[in-house]
Ligand binder design. Structure first.
Ligand SMILES: [Zn+2]
Ligand SMILES: [Zn+2]
Ligand SMILES: [Zn+2]
Length: 307
């Protein structure tokens, strides 16, 4: 193999951490050599230079195993906001979640003081791992550079919003002040741009970029700033006050009232349901989801304690 791969923990333990014992199937080997990397790359590094690294993932903080010939893959290494970032090469085939974005993301051949990202987190944080396309499949389902990233802008704005909320509740006042000064500057600038041209199209200032960084890049940057944002669990209980829960109650009440008309449609199945499923299905989704979240979490926590 030429590039950098994540390897299965069980597999590597079974093989007693020996590279020689670690069998690589021929198809994977040829794929790595011919499809993931330019063919000549292999000759630059000897087989004996292969290394197994045990590294903590930047996002999940779990120890994972990575394999590389030489210290790293010189074609797939980057520096994000001054920190070396290593993502297995297979994640970088076709998908452009991690690519140059000057001056925030630059390509590098080194892996000095590298932080690693595991494949599970790569996918959770907005990257798309390459899936083999079988013969006869006409349309390649893989992300082509940024083709699968239509939602990135929305998700990035949300992530930055939560980052700001996090600063508002727990950071030191000097840092809060600094962030606020910068934010006010951005708002002023945006407002000027808006009043300068009446059309909806924002014309960027001469020194700003028009292309947008990927969600993955932004989440790496936030993680490097010690804000680990979870796309599946956006609300952080630490940042919520009792007053917030009162507002949730209010919002839930309003959503239920809005769903009133729908309830009327299901009047019959609510009054005399045939099954419990039918009864539940006729309830407003906001209420069902609220109770699911509450009860499932309490149940899971209790189960964990018993186990
Ligand atoms: Zn590579
Ligand atoms: Zn991870
Ligand atoms: Zn992609």
């Amino acid at each position: 193999m030429v590039g950098m791969w994540q390897i299965d923990e069980e597999e590597i333990k079974k093989k007693h951490f020996s590279i020689k014992n670690l069998g690589v199937c021929y198809t994977h080997f040829m794929f790595d050599q011919n499809k993931l990397h330019i063919t000549n790359l292999k000759q630059t590094k000897d087989y004996t230079e292969s290394i197994i690294h045990r590294r903590r993932c930047l996002f999940c903080n779990k120890n994972k195993f990575f394999f590389s010939r030489g210290k790293n893959c010189i074609h797939h290494s980057y520096i994000v906001m001054g920190k070396n970032i290593q993502v297995p090469c297979i994640g970088q085939k076709k998908c452009g979640a991690l690519q140059e974005y000057h001056p925030l993301v630059i390509s590098t051949e080194s892996s000095k003081y590298a932080r690693y990202i595991c494949m599970v987190c790569y996918e959770k944080k907005g990257g798309y791992v390459y899936q083999r396309v079988g013969r006869g499949v006409k349309e390649d389902p893989n992300c082509d550079n940024m083709s699968h990233h239509e939602n990135d802008i929305k998700e990035i704005l949300e992530a930055i919003g939560h980052w700001i909320l996090n600063i508002a509740t727990c950071e030191k006042s000097m840092w809060q002040k600094k962030v606020l000064i910068h934010l006010v500057r951005v708002i002023t600038q945006l407002n000027q741009e808006k009043s300068n041209n009446t059309s909806d199209i924002l014309i960027p200032l001469a020194d700003t970029k028009t292309e947008i960084p990927s969600l993955f890049i932004i989440l790496i940057i936030l993680a490097l700033m010690k804000f680990n944002y979870n796309l599946d669990k956006k609300l952080n209980p630490k940042n919520l006050t009792p007053k917030n829960f009162f507002e949730f109650g209010e919002a839930l009440a309003h959503s239920t009232i809005l769903a009133k008309n729908e309830l009327k449609l299901h009047k019959k199945s609510l009054e005399s349901p045939i099954s419990i499923e039918e009864y539940c299905a006729s309830f407003p989704l906001c209420l069902v989801q609220f109770y699911n979240g509450l009860l499932e979490t309490l149940y899971k926590t209790k189960k964990k304690i018993i186990d």
